[in-house]
Design a protein around this ligand. Sequence first.
Ligand SMILES: Cc1cc2nc3c(=O)[nH]c(=O)nc-3n(C[C@H](O)[C@H](O)[C@H](O)COP(=O)(O)OP(=O)(O)OC[C@H]3O[C@@H](n4cnc5c(N)ncnc54)[C@H](O)[C@@H]3O)c2cc1C
Ligand SMILES: NC(=O)c1ccc[n+]([C@@H]2O[C@H](COP(=O)([O-])OP(=O)(O)OC[C@H]3O[C@@H](n4cnc5c(N)ncnc54)[C@H](O)[C@@H]3O)[C@@H](O)[C@H]2O)c1
Length: 443
Amino acid sequence: MDFDVLFIGSGQGAWNGAIPMAQHGLKVAVIEEGKFGGVCTNRGCNAKITLDRPVEILRQVEQLQGRGFDTLPTLNWHALMIHKHEVIDGLAYGNEMKLQNAGVTNIKGHAKFIDVHTIEVNGKQYSSDKIVIDSGRRPHRLNIPGNQLFHDSTDFLVLENLPKRLAIIGGGYVGMEFATIANAFGSDVTVILRGNRILRSFHKPYVDRLVTDLKQRGIKFQFDEQLESAVQVDDGIQLLGKDGYQLTTDYVLDATGRVPNVENMNWDGIGLKYDTLRGIPVNDHLETNIPGIYASGDILDKSLPRITPTAIFESQYLSRLFTGMTTDAIDYPAVAYTVFTSPRIASVGVTPEFANAHSTEYSVETFDYYDDWFRQVGNENNGGVTIIFNKQHIIVGATSIGNDAVETINGLTDLIENKVSHSDVERLIYIFPSIAHSYMRKI
Ligand SMILES: Cc1cc2nc3c(=O)[nH]c(=O)nc-3n(C[C@H](O)[C@H](O)[C@H](O)COP(=O)(O)OP(=O)(O)OC[C@H]3O[C@@H](n4cnc5c(N)ncnc54)[C@H](O)[C@@H]3O)c2cc1C
Ligand SMILES: NC(=O)c1ccc[n+]([C@@H]2O[C@H](COP(=O)([O-])OP(=O)(O)OC[C@H]3O[C@@H](n4cnc5c(N)ncnc54)[C@H](O)[C@@H]3O)[C@@H](O)[C@H]2O)c1
């Protein structure tokens, strides 16, 4: 065999495992047909958060208008885009070098199975004892006439000029994060949804507050709309929906989700089980239906959030499994997740909805802005946290809205994972004043 482990794809679900495997002495290869580092590094999380940073800061300045600040800073998309390129453009090469320096063999091109131990890239064959499929996902394209006029998140993240009018189809993570950014930079944003709810995996009362906030900032929502076609007209792109809905806009961001990369790898030829929407099913050791072939990251058919930390956790688990450090099944901890809107909403563990539906097992406590003088310091009128306890008064879930929602939930994630009880909390001394101190006081 040429290699002990061969990865298809170099995203977070690959390189975080490939490097420690090589450092443990395994012969490891990574095959990548695009940019090393995959979506998060090059056209996902990192680029998005760079574009969001001034928006996040502006919001905090806005909250203190007339309370310490007299004017608002102006935002400059062009300058920010240059900064984004400076931050992001070198990461792919850095990633490639990180792998190479760890002793991983980097192979460039499209990987295709010849048999269960052999992969072909650019006409050359490589054999491996184990193969890990980390082929990720790509943007879904709404299947209506005129959809060639649409753009996706990858296009948006390199936009040189922000459109005056922006239509976003979809109310998920990408739709709401990009709506927040574009609105702050002055675009006239309309979000078009087929249903009546955005961000379905988040706590509804907080989502409702977010919608109210975004509407106040000028974002328009067209709920329960079924788009039927798009056409180029003199002054832009016209979207046409059922019952005569029409919207003329300059740019359409199709944010209707992501589909797994399953094509042209000869999975049918080797008998690999997969689903073109859900991805690859695996057992509790991340092994597919074919012994020796594993999968990790967004390509997995899983109920957990398809986000970078879960991809990293899976690749690091495979590293421990393949180097003999464990034989156990993968054991996911509580997964924290957030939407980077302003305000943010973040969540971990048992949700308030689940707890309310199982009220004999859980109690739910909600703390709002007015309960918290620390939030009042920043005049943050949309902050709050909801904490879920089990009957032993151990914290098992939390969700938060506000400027500090991410840090609040990160802190509470530690407590959940460590099954911290009420009496344990009394021994924790946090910096005062701080958001951590503020929410710890509530437990
Ligand atoms: C706009 C956007 C923003 C996001 N923001 C966040 C965020 O803030 N926080 C967060 O946690 N997550 C975020 N995510 C999700 C995160 O990017 C993904 O969960 C993560 O990238 C998954 O990593 P992965 O390794 O599974 O797959 P990917 O990063 O998709 O990597 C797969 C790689 O495989 C390669 N590949 C596929 N097929 C082949 C083949 N046959 N041969 C060779 N190479 C192949 C692809 O080129 C790609 O580079 C965001 C996603 C998007 C789109
Ligand atoms: N902050 C983060 O961690 C973050 C940020 C961005 C993306 N992501 C990851 O990327 C994934 C993809 O994000 P996304 O926003 O593209 O997808 P999503 O699944 O979060 O949202 C898709 C939206 O499109 C709508 N939609 C789907 N099909 C449609 C159709 N045919 N017609 C009209 N509307 C339709 C859905 O109702 C939903 O509102 C997320 O699930 C997440 O795993 C994470």
